[in-house]
Design a protein around this ligand. Structure first.
Ligand SMILES: Nc1ncnc2c1ncn2[C@@H]1O[C@H](COP(=O)(O)OP(=O)(O)OP(=O)(O)O)[C@@H](O)[C@H]1O
Ligand SMILES: [Mg+2]
Length: 495
């Protein structure tokens, strides 16, 4: 097979931020009809490369071309030139119709009048190509599933004649069961001759759709091979510059008495659920998207107000619906959505790590900055946050590193019950295993851990016991010795 010539080329591209070389002399080519995957640790420079390709960030040096011509300077012109990007978060406008979202700002005008027919034809053609044939053009976008909304975004790119499509961690906003549909759409677009650039920390996705896998480390391209020339351990070694001994460092612990008790709880998204968990125990919550895992955690944390039932800690009742009360007792929740619920993006790591934990570093109401510094430095080290210093502003950290800052904050206050809601979303394979080492460490110290993940295998790998949720209710309970993936998933999905 003759190799297609390059559609997009980067030659000797570099980009620095204060204290860090985000891209280090990168030379790469992306070809039509080819899926190129970018792999690398959190902070390796993947998103920076994408931001340069999409015109959002300007390189310090080097040359970028599309179809042999220099890449235009503004994001709008870059889209016109045929490069579109799908980010992790959806960018659709949820109150508008499908039609308006696909054609966003591109309605065709004829003599100054909207050309309805042409618009509908163009939108329908684009929707067909992403597997949304027959979708009602008048429907509001908020009534679609996350996967459909993402496909709609792809359709929008196609309606703008994209020749190059870039995906930056597209599956982190998708429920587990909807990933396959996205991969099928991407395969279809590859057949149509688009150049696809795909970033994900889920290595099995890369092996499923990539033609080539490029590994970046510390801003540089360190290895690049056709997919068949990689094995998973080799890929991990190239990313981390070391072997990963133990992806899921679960070890057996002796469990203490029951610490958390939940009885007949009814709360927003939770229908009469009861559970108990012991000190030192790691209890997983498994369920499909919308089964109520997050809602159950939020109710226990006091973030929502239960209408019935009771919660107790070491036998003492917990005041329902009080976040402050729950936190005082040591019940804490690490949210799944770090942007909406967790971080102050324009404040430094140091301040974000201690947010809400000032009692640990203050005396008589005065923050002791040495204490604060030491505390933050320990947290950064334990969770492997990659940053130039604890003074670095959190908004400048890569996605995965922001996630680690939240976990450090939640875990370092000495919690008794700690709930991790999809803690490894957007986190690289190496960091994932260090996060789980911290989870084990918390449990060994006597904390009760509740855990969910968008990856069921991960929950099964790390839990001593799981509860299965379906439609807001706990429907099954399984001990580690009896874990059986198929059975658990079946019981999660039976209606
Ligand atoms: N706006 C910014 N200001 C300062 N530093 C930045 C900025 N954007 C990125 N960086 C730094 O550049 C480096 C590369 O970040 P980038 O976001 O490209 O990583 P990534 O490979 O996408 O990581 P992840 O897998 O966590 O998303 C990191 O060290 C990051 O802290
Ligand atoms: Mg990134």
């Amino acid at each position: 097979m003759t190799k297609q010539s390059a559609l997009v080329e980067l030659t000797n591209v570099s980009k620095r931020y204060p204290g860090v070389v985000a891209l280090d002399d990168v030379t790469l080519a992306f070809r039509a009809g080819t899926v190129t995957a970018l792999a690398g640790e959190n902070g390796a420079g993947k998103s920076t490369l994408i931001k340069i390709l999409s015109g959002a960030v300007e390189a310090d040096s080097g040359v970028v071309t599309i179809g042999g011509a220099p890449l235009p300077r503004t994001p709008g012109e870059v889209i016109e030139s045929g490069i579109s990007t799908i980010y992790q978060e959806l960018t659709d406008i949820s109150e508008m119709s499908v039609l308006d979202n696909v054609l966003l700002a591109r309605h065709s005008l004829r003599w100054g009048v909207l050309n309805r027919k042409a618009n509908r034809r163009q939108a329908t053609a684009a929707l067909d190509r992403v597997g949304l044939a027959g979708l009602d053009l008048g429907r509001t976008v908020s009534s679609l599933s996350p996967a459909q909304r993402q496909q709609l975004e792809i359709a929008r790119c196609l309606a703008r004649n994209a020749r190059v499509l870039i995906f930056d961690e597209p599956t982190s906003s998708l429920p587990e069961g909807e990933v396959e549909a996205l991969l099928q759409t991407i395969k279809q677009l590859r057949r149509e001759g688009l150049a696809i650039i795909y970033i994900s920390h889920h290595l099995e996705e890369l092996f499923a759709i990539a033609d080539d896998i490029v590994v970046m480390r510390d801003g540089a391209v360190v290895d690049q091979r056709p997919v068949n020339a990689w094995t998973q351990p080799e890929l991990v070694r190239a990313m981390l510059a070391r072997d990963l001994k133990n992806a899921y460092p679960w070890v057996e612990r002796s469990l203490g008495p029951v610490l958390l008790g939940v009885k007949d709880l009814v709360a927003p998204g939770v229908r009469s659920s009861s559970l108990s968990a012991r000190a030192s125990e790691i209890v997983g919550l498994v369920g499909l998207d919308g089964a109520g895992r997050t809602e159950l955690m939020k109710a226990i944390a006091g973030a929502t107000r239960p209408s019935e039932g009771s919660i107790s800690l070491a036998g003492a009742p917990v005041r329902l619906g009080s976040l402050a009360h729950a936190r005082q007792l040591g019940i804490v929740y690490a949210p799944e959505d770090r942007k909406a619920e967790g971080l102050i993006l324009d404040a430094p790591i140091r301040d974000n790590v201690v947010l809400g934990l000032y009692s640990l570093v203050a005396r008589l109401g005065i923050v002791r900055s040495r204490r604060l510094g030491a505390f933050a430095r320990d947290a950064v080290r334990d969770y492997g946050v990659k940053a130039s210093s604890i003074r670095q502003v959190v908004g400048g950290l890569s996605g995965g590193n922001q996630q680690k800052v939240i976990l450090a904050r939640v875990a370092e206050g000495g919690p008794r019950v700690i709930m991790f809601d999809d803690p490894t979303r957007g986190v690289d394979v190496g960091a994932k295993s260090s996060i789980y080492e911290q989870v084990i460490r918390l449990a060994q110290r006597g904390a009760t851990v509740l855990l969910t993940s968008s990856d069921t295998d991960e929950v099964l790998a790390m839990s001593d016991r799981v509860y299965v949720l379906r439609a807001g209710r706990i429907v099954d309970e399984v001990q580690r010795a009896d874990f059986n993936r198929e059975r658990i998933l079946t019981s999660a999905s039976l209606g």
